[in-house]
Design a protein around this ligand. Structure first.
Ligand SMILES: Cc1ncc(COP(=O)(O)O)c(C=O)c1O
Length: 379
């Protein structure tokens, strides 16, 4: 059997990682400014994480959701405290798409409606409802195309108000900071207006913090920069530092009903052990604060390059940074990887996305800036 060929691949085989470094099968060391797509939150192979996961798998990797799992209870308590939503309820699944799928489903059970308002350029995953609210017709199959969705421009208060005013909108879903859309940041005014209009029309406000959450932007959730509280928050990626896991944080106004939601693997013992270790490390090593500090430094240094060397704009919050070029950035990214041994992400052709582990140091940020400049100076 061969693999179903769905990804264009870089010719690199990563076999090892440590902190903000990865290593290929030839022994080359890379600086990781990508975190495997914002997934590596606490750094590769962190000793506390390795120990927690190894101990748990040796004891009990999995048992079903039909019995008490105290690791889930511990995780809900610790997450509630650290993220600032101690009164919310937690439903655990295995991925970001599943988190959004369940958030949309729960919203529809809640108010009995079908129509969703989403934001232009949004990405919410590839399962049925999650992909339908993703603003990319190329990845929506005919089988997904039966949910009524309206896309509104980010930060356009009037367009959002108009869409919600029909009074039949089940949920408005948006990202804390748009990732795949090229690091697009909401305004405080827009988020306050969304909160107000959702409350007014009994529309559920879903905030997708799958990429922007878990400390990445220098607050636990990106929306906490703007002082609003959504009804549902979805998380995944950094939650378990690479162990597949997702979560739906649900406001107390939702009452759980047996049978409406469920999962075989979600919240299993091994995933919870990984997620608990991540929270311990985030707290112990002050990684949210580190993301604010190192991200702030990186952003201010990169902003100085705006308008030079083909860089059109630099946008970001904490360690979620987009560098938009006037032309395609493909070759720059390729040279960063192969000549300078730096992993970065992309958004479309023109934006380089930086999503490093949250433990990135100022020294590593400086090293990246040196290597980045070296590539730009060659161009
Ligand atoms: C904002 C956002 N939502 C949802 C998803 C989907 O997550 P997953 O790939 O774990 O299903 C992603 C993945 O990139 C994402 O960035």
């Amino acid at each position: 059997m061969k693999l179903f060929d769905v990804y264009p691949l870089f010719d690199v085989n990563i076999v090892k990682g440590k902190g903000c470094r990865t290593y290929d099968d030839k022994g080359n060391e890379y600086l990781d400014l990508y975190g495997g797509h914002a997934v590596i939150s606490v750094g590769h192979a962190h000793p506390h994480y390795v120990e927690a996961v190894s101990t748990q798998v040796a004891q009990l990797g999995f048992y079903s959701n039909s019995v008490i799992n105290t690791l889930q209870q511990d995780l809900a308590k610790k997450l509630g405290e650290i993220c600032g939503y101690p009164d919310y309820q937690l439903f655990l699944i295995n991925s970001g798409a599943e988190a959004n799928e369940n958030a949309l489903k729960l919203s529809s059970f809640f108010n009995g409606r079908r129509k969703i308002v989403a934001v232009q350029k949004a990405f919410h995953g590839r399962t049925s409802a999650a992909v339908r609210v993703t603003d990319n017709p190329k990845i929506i199959a005919p089988i997904n195309d039966n949910l009524p969705v309206e896309y509104v421009p980010l930060n356009d208060i009037e367009a959002m108000k108009k869409s919600l005013s029909s009074g039949d909108v089940c949920a408005l879903i948006m990202e804390g900071v748009q990732g795949v859309g090229g690091i697009q940041i909401s305004t405080k005014e827009y988020l306050s207006a969304v909160r107000e209009e959702c409350s007014k029309h009994n529309t559920v406000f879903i905030m997708d913090e799958i990429q922007s959450g878990y400390g990445r932007t220098g607050k636990f959730f990106a929306h906490q920069h703007f002082g609003v509280s959504p009804d549902i928050i979805t998380v995944a990626k950094g939650i378990a530092n690479g162990f597949p896991m997702g979560g739906v944080l649900i406001s107390p106004k939702f009452t759980p009903v047996y049978g409406q939601l469920g999962t075989t693997f979600g919240g299993n013992h091994l995933a919870c052990a990984a997620a608990l270790a991540v929270l311990d490390i985030i707290k112990e090593e002050k990684l949210v604060e580190n993301a604010a500090k190192v991200g702030g430094f990186l952003l201010s240094e990169l902003k100085k390059m705006q308008g030079t060397k083909g860089i059109k704009e630099v946008r970001g919050l904490g360690l979620m940074i987009g560098i938009e070029f006037e032309e395609s950035a493909k070759e720059i990214r390729r040279q960063l990887l192969f000549d300078e041994k730096v992993f970065t992400g992309a958004s479309g052709e023109k934006v380089i996305r930086l999503l490093p582990p949250l433990c990135l140091s100022i020294e590593d940020a400086k090293l990246f800036l040196e290597r980045f400049s070296s590539v730009l100076n060659k161009a």
